[in-house]
Design a protein around this ligand. Structure first.
Ligand code: ZN
Length: 304
């Protein structure tokens, strides 16, 4: 049994080849079940290194990915929901809000900010799914409306990152009014010819899809994102037919003409920058020279 004998003695792995990972820091991809350590997963912008599955991330991560520096200016950071309907389900609405705020350290389901992306000014409104399913209540609508106003005042392009289960039931009619309000504000933005890019991420459904998320000059999406109005079960029961495979996934929605393109998260910053430069009336030389990719800090020159 020669193969059980150690032929070479004193085999040592050089220190630089040793892989050390702190315990308990693993990410398992829900699609392909591949396990990676969270540092690598984060460096890959929370997408699976094996199959490209995009993990749901929040506004903090998107701001970090898109903005050049962490010192972006957050807008209306302290807006918080009241309880106009005195709504009670399993618990009073104010209690639900307070519990969500404690859990997520967020005030509501959207954060808006002004910062620089590859040296270009950009106003971003990004939804947080962790806050009551990214539901659109009056605070979400108001913050988006104010961010659009800010973009108009300062003549800065506007990016909306949607991630939502739809309207917030606990605000009923007030929630639905946000659809009209945000759409009207976007119409004003359009009149001033300021670009509006809408990024739909997993999931974008309900009243959000039926209003601002589909009103972009460019409607783009991350791969595999669920995009729809009503859920597949409701549609199936309504039309009485089986639905096609991958129904309501980004690729399906793109094939049917509702999206302009799908972009991998690792190319998001670069693609958005190219898009904004294309839409600029007069691109300046300095902005293209200072463009960087978000992943590994490699400087990339991009032609106009
Ligand atoms: Zn995977």
């Amino acid at each position: 049994m020669a193969w059980f004998k150690r032929v070479e003695k004193g085999i040592v792995t050089p220190t630089e080849e040793k892989k050390e990972t702190p315990d308990g820091l693993w990410y398992k991809c829900p699609e392909c079940k591949r396990v990676t350590n969270t540092t690598e997963h984060k460096a890959n912008l929370y997408t699976c290194v094996n199959c490209g599955h995009h993990e749901r991330i929040n506004s903090a991560e998107y701001f970090e990915i898109l903005f050049d520096t962490p010192d972006f200016q957050e807008l209306d950071a302290d807006l918080s929901s009241s309880d106009p309907l005195e709504f009670v389900d399993t618990q009073p609405y104010p209690n639900r809000i307070a519990a969500s705020q404690r859990k997520t350290h967020l005030k509501d389901a959207v954060r808006t900010a002004h910062g620089k992306m590859n040296n270009l000014d950009l106003v971003v409104a990004c939804m947080d799914f962790s806050f009551i399913g990214g539901s659109m209540g009056s605070v979400v609508g108001e913050k988006i409306a104010r961010a659009i106003d800010y973009a108009r005042q300062h003549q800065i392009p506007f990016l909306m990152i949607s991630k939502s289960g739809g309207a917030r039931m606990m605000e009923a009619g007030y929630s639905l009014m946000q659809m009209a309000k945000t759409s009207a504000k976007l119409a004003l933005l359009s009149e001033e010819k300021i670009p509006y890019i809408s990024l739909l991420t997993d999931p974008t459904t309900g009243g959000v899809t039926a209003s601002f998320a589909m009103l972009g000059d460019f409607n783009i999406s991350e791969p595999g994102a669920l995009i729809g109005f009503a859920g597949p079960r409701v549609i199936k029961e309504t039309i009485g037919k089986d639905l096609p495979k991958d129904f309501q996934r980004a690729e399906f929605v793109l094939d049917h003409g509702f999206l302009d393109f799908i972009v991998h998260r690792k190319e998001l910053k670069q693609k958005l920058t190219q898009l904004l430069l294309m839409l600029q009336p007069e691109p300046t030389a300095t902005t293209t020279e200072q463009m960087t990719t978000p992943v590994n800090g490699k400087v990339v020159q991009t032609a106009n």
